[in-house]
Ligand binder design. Structure first.
Ligand code: PLP
Length: 435
């Protein structure tokens, strides 16, 4: 087991000037505390104590090509040399938009932003303007960023506390939310088309949009039930509601056209971020012309001093170039499935109640519930303490995964590394028996 001594010293120092020692809340929850890293290369990341990790966090998803991909670094350096930000247009943002337009079914018109959170809010604004309605319908356990009106329905103490499925209790995620933000949304359990249909029938005149992660990656890596996404599409058509896919995770991860291509369901608006930019701050709100014309005409305002600067556009173009050239998707799906199966097999050998669920390029591991998870309420019954021990054990043995049990596969991972991860997991699972 490696030492975390240097990280601990730096964390103490950081806490004097950085709130909690970090720049994003989630970074606090590493093992055994926030860790300081020195560099990353391919599928590996290294910390300031000299520990090397086989990295399945990929910085919470963005590093689809692995760390420090040479083509991305070269393009960023070259375009940054030319200039950084013009408060004006440059040819490469048009090239990037043309690329997205060719790859993503719903991307007729688009705007670039810096991150997923603000692109989500842009989508709400467009949907409200288009429909003249105020609320959006969202789903329990889905994450759409950290801003006020989406900071509910992400956390709950337990499934019982959520109460009635048709009118769930919603728990604020943070202090400091204005009361008015509660009026923005309706929350429902996910994957229950019949329930969405009933609520829309009664309340569609209030509802501007339905927003959903097409795969519920943030909790349980739950796949949509057969017909759920296409059913949402039909309901939205029927009731004049905007369908928004939040593809911040699924975009460029499940395939070049995102989950909308993978499942063959075209939303009206969608959000792309994370894997699109290989770790550089760029996102896109893309949509059908009928919706995005409101932005084009200046009726819906979208702005941002830092939007579409040279380095971020360069990173996105270079990432997509590599993805198009190498087409790593079959491989990432296959390696992911191999890892999922290996973990499941090894858990059975160690008599551990570990389950694995997801698509391959991303999946979760959880303990204590044997049946597949199909909505957020199911995830609340899993054994979080045991998952914490598993993730900590992996980390101590040089395999880094996201604390809530989420694993991402990159184009840089090799077959040998998948075998290595399975071997490490096997040791950790056996050791957990004796702990
Ligand atoms: C599905 C989804 N939507 C939106 C966001 C927010 O994106 P960002 O952190 O870039 O603001 C995230 C972040 O993890 C996400 O997973």
């Amino acid at each position: 087991m490696g030492s975390y001594k240097n990280s601990a010293i730096l964390l103490d120092r950081a806490k004097q000037v950085l709130a909690g020692g970090v720049s994003s809340e989630f970074r606090k929850y590493n093992h055994p505390h926030a860790i300081f890293y020195s560099h990353g290369k391919g599928s590996r990341i290294y910390d300031v104590d000299g520990n090397e990790y086989l990295d399945f966090t990929l910085s919470q998803g963005p590093l689809i090509l692995g760390h420090s991909h040479p083509h991305v670094l070269k393009s960023v350096a070259e375009y940054s040399e030319e200039g950084q930000l013009y408060a004006g247009q440059h040819i490469r943002e048009v090239e990037l938009a043309e690329k997205l337009n060719a790859l993503i079914p719903s991307a007729e018109l688009m705007r670039f932003c810096l991150d997923g959170s603000e692109a989500v809010q842009t989508a709400f604004r467009v949907a409200r303007a288009k429909t003249g309605r105020k609320k959006f319908l969202r789903f329990e356990g889905h994450y759409h960023g950290w801003l006020d009106n989406v900071a509910y329905g992400i956390s709950a103490p337990n499934a019982d506390a959520l109460g009635d499925r048709e009118q769930p209790n919603v728990f604020p995620w943070t202090a400091g939310l204005p009361d008015s933000s509660r009026d923005d949304f309706i929350v429902l359990p996910w994957n229950d088309l019949e329930l969405v249909g009933r609520v829309l029938e009664k309340r569609h005149e209030e509802i501007a949009a339905i927003i959903t992660e097409p795969i519920m990656c943030n909790n349980g890596c739950i796949l949509p039930k057969e017909g759920f996404l296409s059913g949402l599409r039909e309901l939205c058509n029927k009731y004049g509601v905007t369908l928004i896919f939040d593809e911040v995770i699924t975009g460029f991860r499940v395939g070049l056209g995102g989950a909308q291509s993978y499942y063959g369901v075209t939303p009206d608006l969608s959000i792309f971020a994370k894997a699109m930019g290989s770790g550089y701050p760029i996102s896109a709100i893309v949509g059908k012309r009928e919706w995005m014309e409101l932005v084009a005409a200046g009726k819906v305002i979208h702005a941002g001093t830092m939007n579409a600067g040279n380095p971020t556009v360069a990173a996105a173009l270079a990432t997509i170039e590599v993805l198009e050239q190498e087409m790593p998707y079959d491989r990432m799906h296959r390696l992911g499935r191999k890892l999922m199966q290996g973990l499941q097999r090894t858990a059975a050998e160690a008599a551990q109640d570990l389950s694995v669920q997801g698509l391959g390029p991303m999946f979760v591991t959880y303990f204590g519930v044997s049946q597949p998870l199909s909505d957020y309420r199911d995830t609340l019954g899993t054994n979080k303490a045991k998952l914490g021990r598993f993730v900590a054990g992996l980390h101590d043995a040089g395999v880094r995964v996201i604390g809530r049990g989420l694993w991402y596969i990159s184009a840089a991972h090799t077959e040998a590394e998948i075998n290595q991860a399975i071997e490490v997991a096997s040791r950790v699972l056996h050791d957990m028996n004796s702990a």
